[in-house]
Design a protein around this ligand. Sequence first.
Ligand code: FAD
Length: 268
Amino acid sequence: MANKIVVPIKQVPETKSVKMDEKTGTVIREGVDSIVNPLDLYAIEAALRLRDRYGGEIVGISMGPKKSVKALKEAVSMGVDSAILLSDRAFAGSDTWATSLILASAIRKIGDFGLVVCGERATDGDTGQVGPGIASFLGIPALTYVSRIQDLSDKLCRAERLIEDGREILETSLPAVLTVIKEAGEPRLPTLRGKKRAKDLDVQIWGNDELGIDPDKIGLKGSPTRVVKIYRPKVARKCTIAEAKDEASVGPAVDRMCGFLADKGVLQ
Ligand SMILES: Cc1cc2nc3c(=O)[nH]c(=O)nc-3n(C[C@H](O)[C@H](O)[C@H](O)COP(=O)(O)OP(=O)(O)OC[C@H]3O[C@@H](n4cnc5c(N)ncnc54)[C@H](O)[C@@H]3O)c2cc1C
């Protein structure tokens, strides 16, 4: 296999505290704790297991504001070898298309990679589009929902992926992008040695000067999609209450519920 496994890692707001600005349709990030996208921990673990078995080097990359260095350092403390942050005002407001283009350009610049291992989806944007997006910009195959990487050689990767009614085993040429699901393996905890290495590591920061992407294709300007409106759907249910306070009222209450369900076409 080529020398490097690249793992794209997104920093996301802690799920319990995600709040949306209904006017602008964007996530309110101020005053909210940020964490490594929980599903990316499985991508890191999958990459670490491959390195344990086959050797090589793992490069973590993230696109985001400068504070995303923290997410990359966490990856390093788990065992990732090096980290690059893609941070530039020109990248701000990128949708999934522009994000994939920026990440793909960085991966091309890193070079000599056999696999790109992504999480299944990010817990904030939640589209699952970025992994396949990267593959399409790089012109390489993508295997999504990978539950187990069975074998890896210089030219091929054989992996098991989850499909609606079972599993399938696919073989792909390399380089390729994989998006992995939780079954790929429980993420390991950071080690003390890893934490020390992360503390001392200088995370490289690349902007568009390093990547040289056409500015019209990135950021808000280069994003073909926009969040037009975001709102919580109002659920207005007309409920029927059938109370059974004593034994005598159980029968009529059940009859009432059965009548209600029959009216809805649920019971024949
Ligand atoms: C229709 C639409 C419009 C949007 N418009 C805007 C907008 O106007 N302004 C705005 O700020 N945001 C916008 N976003 C959100 C932003 O595009 C996404 O957060 C970002 O592109 C990543 O997509 P995602 O969160 O769905 O990632 P997913 O595709 O769910 O992530 C899959 C995997 O890709 C990798 N990955 C994803 N993002 C990154 C990253 N940044 N760095 C490293 N790895 C990554 C991770 O491995 C992750 O597990 C929009 C999203 C959509 C769907």
